[in-house]
Design a protein around this ligand. Structure first.
Ligand code: AP5
Length: 215
């Protein structure tokens, strides 16, 4: 099954995507995580993406399409993928549709996670991430046992540079302008589209998500 998780920054795409992928035995493909790994590794892609990410702008489509083409090329008739943060523009959606058509697949489900801006802003302000194992916490909702220390691997937790209030405001604008139009794009397509209220506890959102997948 190929599932797209659409939604604004901070709505919980990563939190939910990891769990959903595990539940349905699919691969979790998060372009934000892939880009942050490229930056940490100091690759050419990482260097090119850095400025866009720090300013809260989208990385150019061609870089993203190149980044995910290897993953998409590995999809076959049976494998599943939960796409988190991709596609983010109509150009990326068309590239995805083309890659899936090459292996006689299509997008099986598009889920839009929704929450009000003030919820998103609070979540992003409270987010802390482990640079070592990738675990994500929230000082308001799911704090680590020891302040600023990862429960899983003991490494230091840090705040994402693009989670500062001004950049968050810009990311929300970019989402509305560049990514939200995908909702009507998929609304007109053959792929089913479901909307889920993501302003609920993590487990409730996950339950709704898994029900959508099974529907
Ligand atoms: P990316 O990393 O994809 O960022 P994003 O889409 O802005 O999403 P976030 O990671 O901020 O949030 P999320 O929805 O995953 O929420 P999370 O689960 O962490 O992209 C970063 C940048 O990379 C982009 O700005 C762009 O520059 C570039 N990029 C990436 N993909 C691209 C593409 N396809 N094209 C072009 N550029 C691209 O949750 C947030 C916080 O809330 C966490 O602390 C979490 O613990 C907490 N939380 C989650 N759910 C709940 C809940 N139900 N209740 C309480 N707390 C919750």
């Amino acid at each position: 099954m190929v599932v797209i998780l659409l939604g604004p920054p901070g709505v919980g795409k990563g939190t939910q995507g990891v769990r959903l992928a595990e539940a349905i035995g699919a691969r979790h493909v998060a372009t934000g995580d892939l880009l942050r790994a490229a930056r940490r590794d100091g690759t050419e892609l990482g260097r090119k993406a850095q400025g866009f990410m720090d300013r809260g702008e989208l990385v150019p489509d061609q870089l993203i399409v190149d980044l995910v083409s290897e993953v998409l090329g590995q999809l076959d008739q049976k494998s599943g993928a939960v796409l988190d943060g991709f596609p983010r523009t109509v150009v990326q959606a068309e590239a995805l549709e083309g890659a899936l058509a090459d292996v006689k697949r299509r997008v099986d489900l598009v889920v839009v996670l929704e929450a009000a801006d003030e919820v998103l802003v609070k979540r992003m302000a409270g987010r802390r991430s482990c640079g070592q194992c990738g675990s994500v916490y929230n000082v308001h909702f799911s704090p680590p046992k020891r302040e600023s220390v990862c429960d899983k691997c003991g490494s230091a937790l840090t705040q994402r540079k693009d989670d500062d209030p001004a950049t968050v405001r810009h990311r929300l604008e970019v989402y509305r302008k560049e990514t939200a139009p995908l909702i009507s794009h998929y609304g007109k397509s053959a792929s089913p589209l479901r909307r889920i209220d993501a302003d609920r506890p993590v487990d409730e959102v996950q339950k709704a998500l898994q029900e959508s997948v099974r529907a």
